[in-house]
Design a protein around this ligand. Structure first.
Ligand code: NAD
Length: 505
C-alpha cells in the first residue's frame, strides 16, 4: 500500500515570513553583515517539500580569515574580555530574553530549515537555548582561581611565597555545528564561551544555517559588541576545514559525526589548538523484567522517535528482558504506527521529514542492509513523501550484534530490539559498541539501576527516563562519542586556561 504524506502547512508567521523574504542572507563578520569575498552562494531547502527557502553565502578560507581576524581583534583590544563580569552576565541574560521574545519565529524557521515538528523546537530545544544563556549568565561572575599553600623553602630571608591560580579565557574559539538541533547546540557553545570571556567564529551546518543567522541578528540588537561572535556559512570541506586548521584559532569545539570529528582533531595539530568534540552515539535503552511497562514503552519510543531519531543520544538499541520482550516489541510497534507524519509546521504533526532526501535515503539504506543481513522489519521503514524525505518510524527485531544496524549510528527513526536474560549479559551487550554517549535503564529496582549506571560506559545514564536535559547537567561522550562536556560547570572549563602565578613577596 502506498503511504501518502500530506505536506501542506499553514503559512509561517509575519515575523518568520519577513526574515525569509530577504531571500539572500549575509554573514556576520566584525559586526557587519557581509557577502562572501568571492560572491559564491548556495541554496537551503525545506526538506518536507524540497522547495528553496533561502540563499546563503558560501564562505571559503579568505572569509574565515576575516572572521578570525575580527574575533582576534575583539579578544585582544575589544570590549569583551575587559568587560566586568557582571556586565557580561547582564548581556547574556539579555540574550536569553531576546531569544525568548522571538521563540515562535525561531521555532518556525528551525522547522522550515531542518524539518522538525514545531513542538520540538518550540517547547524543548529553543527553551533549552534560553536556559543555556541564563545558566551561563550566572557563571560569568563565578570564574574563580585558588590560593595555594606551597612548601617552597628557598625564598630570600624575610620574604614569603604567594601562589595562586587564575582562570583565563582560552581566546578565539571556532565552533562547528551540526544540523539536527541547530539553535540549542549553538547556544550550548556561545553561552559558556562568552561567559568565559572568549570571542568566537561560528560555522553552522550547510543544511541548517538560518536560525544561527537570525539568532545573531537578535543578539546584535540586544547589545552584542562587534566581532565578539562572527558567523561564516558554507561547506564543511571549505569553511569548516579552514576554521579547524586556522593557526590563529585557540580552540575548536565541534559537534557532529565521529568521522568528521577525526578530521577536526587532525586539523587541530598545526598550532596544537585545544579541541572539544561531541560526536555520534548508538545509545542502549534497557527495559528490565521489573520495569513499569506503562512508562517504559512510551519512554523508549520517545527515546528513538523524538526529532525523527536525529538526536545524538537517541535510544537506537533497545534491550528488553525476555519475560517482557514480546510485549515491548508489540508496544513499541504500536507507538511507532501511531506517530503522525507531516510538514513540521502543521500543528498535528508529530514527526516531520528527515533533514534532507539524501539523509533519508541513507537511513533507508541502513534498513535495507539490516534486512539483507537477516533482521526482521516489524513495522515502518518506508521512504515516503513528495521529496522522499520521510521515513515511517521503524522497529527491527532479530538483528545480529555484528550487523551495521546494531553498530553504526543511523540517525533516523529506527530502533532495533533485542532480548536478554540477565543483567550481566545486557551490560556486556550495552557496552559492546564503539560509542559511549548515553544510555537508559527502566526498572523499579533503583539500587540495581544505580549499580548498572556505574557499569555502563556512557557519558550520561538516565534511569526511568531518557533525554532529560538541563543547562546544569554535563553532557558528552566516552569512547568514540568524543571528549569534553557541554552544559553545567564542566562546560565552562572548555573555554578557560588555568594559569599559575607564583610570587616572592
Ligand atoms: P557532520 O559531521 O556531517 O557535520 C557537522 C559539521 O561539520 C557541519 O557544520 C559540517 O559542515 C562540518 N564539516 C564537515 N566536514 C568538515 C571538515 N572536513 N572540516 C571541518 N568541518 C567539517 O555532522 P552532521 O551530520 O551535521 O550532524 C549529525 C551528527 O552530529 C551525528 O553523528 C550526531 O550524533 C552528532 N551530534 C552529536 C551531539 C553530541 O552532543 N555528542 C549532538 C548533536 C549531534
Amino acid at each position: 500500500m502506498m503511504i501518502e504524506v500530506d505536506v501542506s502547512a499553514p503559512k509561517p508567521s509575519e515575523a518568520a515570513s519577513k526574515f525569509l523574504a530577504k531571500g539572500t542572507h549575509a554573514m556576520l563578520i566584525g559586526g557587519e553583515w557581509v557577502a562572501s569575498r568571492r560572491g559564491a552562494t548556495f541554496t537551503t531547502h525545506d526538506p518536507a517539500t524540497g522547495e528553496a527557502i533561502g540563499e546563503l553565502q558560501r564562505a571559503d578560507g579568505s572569509d574565515v580569515d576575516d572572521a578570525v581576524a575580527a574575533a582576534r581583534a575583539a579578544f585582544s583590544s575589544g570590549p569583551w574580555p575587559a568587560m566586568a563580569p557582571m556586565e557580561r552576565s547582564q548581556l547574556l541574560w539579555a540574550f536569553a530574553d531576546a531569544i525568548e521574545a522571538n521563540i515562535d519565529e525561531l521555532a518556525e524557521l528551525e522547522t522550515l530549515d531542518q524539518g522538525k515538528a514545531l513542538y520540538v523546537g518550540r517547547w524543548a530545544e529553543i527553551p533549552g537555548a534560553v536556559a543555556q544563556f541564563r545558566y551561563f549568565a550566572g557563571m560569568a561572575t563565578k570564574i574563580e582561581g585558588a590560593t595555594i599553600p606551597t612548601s617552597i623553602n628557598y625564598q630570600p630571608e624575610g620574604k614569603r611565597v604567594h601562589a595562586y591560580t587564575r582562570r583565563e579565557p582560552v581566546g578565539v574559539v571556532g565552533a562547528i555545528l551540526p544540523w539536527n538541533s541547530p539553535l540549542v547546540l549553538t547556544a550550548m557553545k556561545i553561552a559558556p564561551a562568552l561567559a568565559a570571556g572568549c570571542t568566537m567564529v561560528l560555522k553552522p551546518s550547510e543544511e541548517t544555517s538560518l536560525t544561527t543567522i537570525r539568532l545573531l541578528e537578535l543578539l546584535q540588537e540586544a547589545g552584542l559588541p562587534a566581532g565578539v561572535v562572527n558567523v561564516v556559512t558554507g561547506m564543511g570541506g571549505e569553511a569548516g576545514a579552514a576554521l579547524a586548521k586556522h593557526m590563529d584559532v585557540n580552540k575548536v569545539v565541534f559537534t557532529g559525526s565521529t568521522a568528521t570529528g577525526r578530521k577536526i582533531v587532525e586539523a587541530s595539530q598545526g598550532n596544537l589548538k585545544r579541541v572539544g568534540v561531541e560526536l555520534g552515539g548508538k545509545s542502549p535503552v534497557i527495559i528490565m523484567e521489573d520495569a513499569d511497562l506503562e512508562a517504559a514503552i512510551p519512554g523508549a519510543a520517545n527515546a528513538i522517535y523524538f526529532n525523527g531519531g536525529q538526536v545524538c543520544i537517541a535510544g537506537s538499541r533497545l534491550y528488553a528482558h525476555r519475560s517482557v520482550y514480546d510485549r515491548v516489541v508489540e508496544g513499541i510497534a504500536e507507538q511507532a504506527k501511531g506517530i503522525g507524519l507531516g510538514h513540521g509546521l502543521n500543528p498535528d504533526t508529530q514527526m516531520g521529514p528527515l533533514v534532507s532526501a539524501q539523509h533519508a535515503s541513507k537511513v533507508a539504506g541502513f534498513i535495507g542492509a539490516g534486512r539483507d543481513a537477516g533482521a526482521n522489519l516489524v513495522c515502518g521503514g518506508d521512504l515516503v513523501g513528495p521529496n522522499a524525505s520521510f521515513i515511517t518510524p521503524a522497529v527491527i527485531a532479530d538483528a545480529s550484534p555484528e550487523s551495521s544496524i546494531m553498530r553504526e549510528e543511523i540517525f533516523g527513526p529506527v530502533v532495533v530490539v533485542t532480548p536478554f536474560d540477565d543483567t550481566e549479559e545486557v551490560i556486556a551487550a550495552a557496552n559492546d559498541s564503539d560509542y559511549g554517549l548515553a544510555a537508559g535503564v527502566w526498572t523499579e529496582g533503583l539500587s540495581n539501576a544505580t549499580r548498572m549506571a556505574e557499569q555502563i560506559h556512557a557519558g550520561t545514564v538516565w534511569i526511568n527516563s531518557h533525554a532529560m536535559y538541563d543547562a546544569s547537567l554535563p553532557i558528552g561522550g566516552m569512547k568514540q562519542s568524543g571528549y569534553g562536556r557541554e552544559s553545567g560547570q564542566a562546560a565552562l572549563d572548555n573555554y578557560l586556561e588555568l594559569k599559575t602565578v607564583c610570587a616572592i613577596v
